[in-house]
Design a protein around this ligand. Sequence first.
Ligand code: PZK
Length: 295
Amino acid sequence: MTVDLPHIYSGKVRDIYDAGDGLLLFVTSDRISAFDVVMREPIPQKGRVLTAMTAFWLELFADRCPSHLVSTDLADLPEAAQKPDLAGRVMLVRRAEMLKIECIVRGYLTGSAWKEYREHGTMHGAALPEGLLEASPLPEPVFTPSTKADGGEHDLNISFDESVAILGRELAERARDLSLELYSAGAEWAAERGIIIADTKFELGLVDGELVLADEVLTPDSSRFWPAAHWNPGTNPPSFDKQPVRDHLDALDWDKKPPPPALPDDVVAATSARYVEAYERITGRWFADWPGADS
Ligand code: PZK
C-alpha cells in the first residue's frame, strides 16, 4: 500500500504523504496494535472502517466545526495515488499547523486516570468525588490535554494552565471548549446506539488561521469504545474492537515486547467483524456501501 508521493509522517498504523497544493494524503492501514505493539497480521478492512467512521463524524459535526478533510474519493487524488487498494482508506486533507497538544477528553474513569484516582483520589492532579469505581462515569466530561513527547513514545499529561502556556489563553480555551462539545455530542450519539465512548483524543490544527478538526475522529483507535451491554462499574469493560486480540494475547504468556505472537485466523476475523459492527451501529450505514468494502 505504498504511494508514489513524497512521504511526510508515519505513525504505527497510518501514513501521511504530500499531495501538493497545500494538501496531504492520509492513508489508514489495516495494521492493529495491542499493548503498544503492532501485530504482524492485518485486520481486514480496519483502515477503511476507521476512515469511513471519521468521515461520518465530520459530516455530523460539519455545522459545529470545520475540518481538514477535502475528499475521501480516490478520483480526487493525484494520479500517482489512484490505486484501487487505497479506495476507502484515504483522506485528502488540508495541511494544517497542528496544535502542540493532544486534546483528550475523558467521560469515564479508566486507564491511567483510574490508576491515578485509585492511588491519589485525583485525575490530572484535580480532586474527584470519593467512591468512584473503575469505569464509573465522571461527574462531567473533563478535558485532560497532553503534549507530544519529543521523539519518545509516551505523551505527558499537562494541566489546562500548561496548555495555556503553550497555545495562549484564547486558543487553549477554544481547543478545550470544542473538544468537550464534540466529545459530548459524539458520546451521546454513540450511547443511543449501544456504544460507550469512554474517552477520546482529538487533534486540532489551524488552516489559514481557522481552528479545524484534523486526523481521525472518534474512532476505536483514537478512543476507547465499550459495548454498553457489558459495562459494569467496578470492572474494566471489554474493548468493543480489540477484545478478541487482547483475550488471545492474555491467554499466552507473552511479555508484551516485540515480536508479537501470531494471531489465529478466527481472532483476526472476529476483530474485523467488531470494527465493521461498530461502524454500522454508530452510523446506521452499511459498511458494504463504502468504497473498497468488497476488496
Ligand atoms: C498531522 N498527524 C498525526 C497522522 C502520522 C501522524 N492536516 C494535517 N496537517 C498537518 N499535519 C497533520 C495533519 C493531520 N491530520 C497529523 N501529524 C501531523 C499523524 C497520521 C500518521 F504519522
